[in-house]
Design a binder for this molecule. Structure first.
Ligand code: GAP
Length: 427
């Protein structure tokens, strides 16, 4: 992980938050390449959800009415048992401490107490209990409270879903492993409203769809697996749950959760708000609260999985080559364009080719240093194609396209460049 963290910083993927002030623990900033990679993953998720007729998008606010979190069970139950070390003042989750001694200094630990993971703040100038609000710990509740707004305004019929991408905040006691567990992160969640008679069918459907989505990102199949929640692992709202896990360098861990949440959330919001949230099935002349099948995946966590999966160290002609083998369609930069030398005539042709490609692909222009060095720089950021314009290009109207993975080079005429790139599924 250390190597990856350092590569991410060196190559502009991820920086520590507020680094010049010594950094802020467990918060990270996405640099120019990191945000491109993140947007590519997000956009694939968003399209996979909202290009369907039965799913609508939503962007609800981060601050919500505090009663939302009472209804959802977060005020009462979204907490971890915490112990403090009396000697070094370290703080740990009770379930992660094996002995009754501090794992850092061996000191004596306090009795455990419940620590709520929601961040609190105040709305308006008066900082008292009545003005207290929370930063949302999940996007899901925004979709539940808007269930009827979406359903009636778009005249949706069950089954239908609501998809959201957005920030969530949790005051995690043990954040760590880079962007795996942080206090501010992004979720991509979809709530699918179904009749209770069809919950199993849709649960199975979404379970399979979601695994296929991870595979289509290019993730190595044998680094993905399902983990079923046993009775005692199930969240208070869940009837059935599966995680999709990824094999990180620090072990198999959850990437995504798929839950059958029953009518728990709508029922609770109906009770706490006093508003009727029943769905009217006009054909069957029936009113009922739908069940919810939820798919909830972390965007940052998926990005970390993609990075871990792509990272390779290879030996090429006695030298180490570091390469990020992203699937071409999610690589932050898809094509790099190099004029062989900084000569006016080569620069002009190279700029023209780059401009033409940049309508379709993320491109970079690099004219500094030897071609070998430029290849290595692009390998480290995972660019699948490098195009070199040399003096022959001026007469034969051809370029050299070098493939990141095989390192093979081929001569291709100007008008066939896009065919070669499209052949590798870059979009
Ligand atoms: N609405 C259901 C829900 O929030 P969750 O399992 O708590 O379920 C869903 O979160 C996903 O969000 C997780 O599978 C994980 O990918 C991501 N996630 C949760 N907590 C996180 C954290 N502290 N840092 C980064 N990602 C996190």
């Amino acid at each position: 992980m250390k190597t990856l963290v350092s590569l991410c910083k060196r190559r502009g993927f991820i920086f520590q938050s507020s680094e010049i002030y010594g950094g802020l623990n467990s918060c990270w900033d996405y640099g120019p390449l990191g945000i491109l990679l993140k947007k590519n993953i997000e956009s694939r998720w968003w399209k996979s959800m909202t290009l369907r007729d039965d799913i609508e998008g939503l962007s609800s606010s981060i601050l919500m009415h505090p009663r939302v979190w009472e209804a959802s069970g977060h005020v009462e139950g979204f907490s971890d048992p915490l112990v403090d070390c009396k000697k070094c003042k370290g703080r740990f989750r009770e379930d992660q401490v094996k002995e009754k001694k501090c794992p850092t200094c061996g000191g004596e630990l306090t009795e455990s107490r419940q620590f709520n993971l929601m961040f609190r703040t105040f709305m308006g100038p008066v900082e008292d209990q009545t003005n207290q609000v929370y930063l949302r710990p999940e996007t899901a509740q925004g979709s539940y409270v808007n269930f009827l707004n979406v359903q009636t305004s778009l005249r949706k019929k069950i089954p239908f879903g609501i998809a959201q991408v957005g920030k969530a905040f949790r005051n995690e006691i043990t954040p760590g492993n880079f962007i795996f567990r942080t206090r501010e992160f992004e979720q991509m969640e979809m709530q699918y409203f179904v009749s209770c008679k069809e919950d199993q069918k849709w649960f199975d459907f979404w379970k399979e769809q979601r695994l296929n989505w991870h595979l289509a990102l290019g993730t190595t199949p044998n680094r993905l697996r399902f983990h079923e929640h046993k009775e005692q692992e199930l969240a208070h709202y869940a009837k059935q749950a599966f995680d999709i896990q990824f094999e990180f360098p620090f072990g198999w861990q959850e990437l995504e959760g798929i839950h059958n949440r029953t009518d728990f959330d709508l029922k609770r919001h109906q009770e706490f708000s006093g508003k009727n949230l029943m769905y009217l099935d006009e054909e069957a002349k029936e009113k009922f609260l739908p069940y919810v099948i939820e798919t909830a995946v972390g965007l940052d966590r998926t990005l970390l999985a993609v990075l871990c999966d792509a990272y390779r160290e290879e030996e090429v002609k006695g030298e180490k080559r570091v390469v990020l083998k992203f699937a071409p369609h999610i690589a932050p930069v898809q094509v790099a364009v190099f004029p062989l030398l900084k000569k006016e005539e080569l620069m002009q042709v190279a700029q023209k080719i780059r401009e033409d490609l940049s309508h379709t692909y993320y491109t970079q222009f690099d004219s500094a240093g030897s071609i070998g060095r430029r290849y290595r720089r692009q390998d480290e950021t995972g660019t699948p194609f490098c195009i070199t314009i040399d003096f022959d290009s001026l007469t034969d109207q051809k370029v050299t396209i070098r493939d990141r993975d095989t390192m093979e080079q081929q001569r291709v005429s100007f008008d066939k460049i896009k065919d070669v790139i499209i052949g590798q599924q870059t979009t």
